[in-house]
Design a binder for this molecule. Structure first.
Ligand code: ATP
Ligand code: MG
Length: 384
């Protein structure tokens, strides 16, 4: 049987609770769905977003990654007419060929000739007639649930529902800068804030002396992958080699990592200000590595005033890994490469730094110049 789906119906959950701002959030989500494909017709339905057309696999894959969509399903849109609804439901059952099914109706158009229960029964009976004893109704655990969403003009009959990312549409809650390394954690952190509606600007600190192209490609691949979630990304690549030399020459080994991370924040903050971003995001997870003890994070995070957020702070490595696998960044992240910090790790790094002590050793650096130079030599890429 031919595939007769002519629509995708997407539902949002959290946006529905946004009161007066609902219009704005739904508008953003529509805009983001439109950005997936140039000729998609996307509009607002009653409590849903409706995308018309026929759909390639690629579009479905993108919808799975778009924040704000709680779930979506391919659907047949037809006139609100009992015969048409019955035929559409039958086409959907023909498509999936389940052994058991159930019809469930929601009805925003109350004057319709049948109420929800009656409509479900009538449509179900029609489908069964066409299958004789090869198909059964199972109201508790059907293999296929066909939802009929009836409105005044048009009714949508939905096929199998898929879970979306949920959360809020990217761009609806502001802009942030994410410090992204080539590791597993920071790409997940970026995704978590995108899911809460933030547009992410990526910043990567790059030691050019090692395998320049390899590292750059890896970071670009991570950002390119995450760009499917937010539409378009800016990636700042900041040369870090000179700065590292200065740190190695002037700072005791056990404090170097802390000083690097403080410099990273100071540089990232300049970029955030330029981009009008309101927070710095990291992939920090409490006590996962030496730079992530509470004492060290306090010293590192005090390098600048800007708000810093670490969305993975309470997650275990195994949880972060399974999230990375789910969002598709894991395979890119595990490609081997040396990031600027893995080369510099001291045998016995400080795990309980104190601010005075770190500020004292930093006096031997010209921090402002280092930050300005790094900014001046930054490369900005736009990734679509
Ligand atoms: P990740 O897996 O994200 O690399 P990690 O567990 O290896 O994290 P660290 O290397 O200590 O931890 O880095 C902690 C955080 O600092 C990273 O999650 C990232 O936000 C930031 N960071 C570290 N190195 C870089 C870098 N080269 N460029 C940009 N940000 C970085
Ligand atoms: Mg790392």
């Amino acid at each position: 049987m031919e595939n007769n789906f002519n629509t995708i119906v997407a539902h949002y959950d959290e946006i529905g609770l946004k009161g007066k701002n609902q219009q704005f959030f739904v508008g953003k989500l529509i805009e983001n769905i439109k950005n997936i494909g140039s000729n998609l017709k996307v509009k607002r339905g009653e409590g849903k977003i409706v995308t018309e057309g026929t759909f390639e696999k690629e579009i479905i894959e993108r919808l799975r990654l778009i924040p704000g969509i709680a779930n979506f399903a391919p659907a047949i849109a037809c006139k609100t007419d009992l015969e048409k609804i019955k035929q559409s439901a039958l086409q959907i059952v023909n498509h999936y060929k389940p052994k058991t099914f159930k019809i469930e109706t929601t009805r925003s158009y109350k004057p319709f000739e049948l109420n929800s229960l009656e409509l479900s029964r009538e449509v179900g009976a029609y489908v069964l007639e066409n299958y004789k004893d090869k198909l059964k109704v199972d109201v508790h655990n059907p293999e296929l649930l066909v939802k009929v969403e009836l409105a005044k003009e048009k009714t949508y009959i939905l096929g199998k529902k898929e879970q979306g990312v949920g959360g809020l549409p990217v761009g609806a809650t502001g802009k942030v800068v994410c410090l992204v390394s080539g590791g597993i954690d920071s790409p997940v952190a970026a995704f978590e804030v995108m899911k809460r509606g933030a547009k992410v600007i990526f910043v990567h600190f790059h030691n050019q002396t090692i395998n320049k192209k390899g590292v750059e490609n890896k970071i670009k691949n991570i950002v390119r992958h995450l760009t499917q979630v937010q539409g378009e990304s800016r990636l700042y690549i900041i040369p870090f080699a000179d700065l590292q030399k200065q740190v190695i020459t002037n700072i005791p080994a056990d404090l170097r990592m802390i000083v690097y991370r403080r410099l990273m924040f100071q540089i990232a903050e300049q970029i955030a200000k330029k981009e009008n971003a309101k927070a710095l995001i990291t992939g920090d997870s409490l006590a996962q590595v030496a730079s992530q003890t509470l004492e060290n994070m306090e010293v590192i995070y005090k390098a600048t005033d800007m708000l810093k957020l670490a969305p993975l702070i309470g997650m275990n490595k195994t949880e972060i890994i399974s999230e990375a696998a789910k969002i598709g960044t894991y395979d890119i992240s595990i490609e081997p490469y040396e990031d600027c910090c893995s080369l510099m790790i001291a045998k016995h790094p400080e795990t309980r730094a104190n601010l005075e002590q770190v500020e004292k050793v930093e006096e031997s650096l010209n921090v402002n110049d280092l930050v300005d130079n790094a900014i001046a030599t930054t490369e900005v890429l736009v990734i679509r």
